[in-house]
Design a protein around this ligand. Sequence first.
Ligand code: SF4
Length: 79
Amino acid sequence: MVERMILHGKKISFERSGKAFGAETADALEEALCRSCPFFAYDCDFAVNKEAPPCGGYLLIGQLLESRTVSLDDLGDMD
Ligand code: SF4
């Protein structure tokens, strides 16, 4: 997804914001990203315990959502 966005000219910031995601972003990430992730069922500590750190993809896409660089519609197009 990120590669496709860069190829289409979107500016992507890889700087960490340090802020926790809002509930709407966290819910969107769980629905659009985690539920289709091959690690969700067995191998992701974060899927079991939200106190564990999520993966880098979750953090990056969460920051892109929070900064409105991508939208929920963009996540729906992640095939
Ligand atoms: S946090 Fe990352 S590794 Fe874990 S289920 Fe979500 S997308 Fe997959």
